[in-house]
Design a protein around this ligand. Structure first.
Ligand code: HEC
Length: 153
């Protein structure tokens, strides 16, 4: 029990740090609202809606850099999971979250991820952003990939 509350407090601190960082990064780029991460980030230009959702909902844990937080939140940049999972599996991840644990680049992560978005269009937008941000070149999801996925909440 003690260990669990420590994990929860740590996760809270990490999320807080991530949010402050997101705020700072936002401030420095506020002269051009469409540039969400860095000017070199073509994915933000190609998928502005996904970039916005990422910044608002995902960056607190996965960080604006997509590098995650070692031991707690897995990286999206260079993630073998992201590269090899079906697009439907990825859409499901952001719609329904996951709590079974998963392995990314050989490291096991077991903190659950809560559901993040509540519709297919937002899910596809943010997945396309992460598939192509930070040098990732992992393809494209479409609304057809979301077909049949149940939104559980
Ligand atoms: C509260 C922290 C948190 C937030 C917010 C969050 N995630 Fe996650 N994410 C996690 C955790 C923890 C895992 C590992 C899940 C597990 O063990 O079942 C994960 C796993 C993933 C994975 C699969 C593993 C990988 O690294 O490739 C993807 C893809 C993903 N998240 C995308 C997103 C996207 C996109 C968003 C925003 C829409 C988001 N996450 C928001 C914590 C978070």
């Amino acid at each position: 029990m003690k260990k669990l509350s420590l994990i929860v407090i740590m996760a809270g601190l990490i999320m807080f740090a991530g949010k402050s960082y997101a705020y700072l990064a936002h401030k420095t780029t506020s002269s051009n609202e469409t540039v969400y991460v860095a000017s070199a980030d073509n994915a933000a230009v190609k998928y502005p809606k996904g970039a916005k959702i990422f910044k608002e909902k995902c960056a607190a844990c996965h960080q604006l850099t997509g590098m995650g937080v070692p031991g707690a939140f897995p990286p999206l940049k260079g993630s073998d999971f992201l590269k090899s999972a079906t697009k439907a599996r990825l859409i499901e991840q952001v719609l329904n979250g996951s709590n079974e644990g998963l392995t990314v680049n050989g490291v096991k992560y077991s903190i659950p991820m809560p559901p993040q978005v509540d519709n297919y269009s937002d899910a596809v937008a943010v997945i396309n952003y992460i598939l192509n941000a930070w040098g990732n070149n992992y393809g494209k999801a479409t609304l057809a990939d979301a077909k049949g996925i149940k939104i559980k909440r």
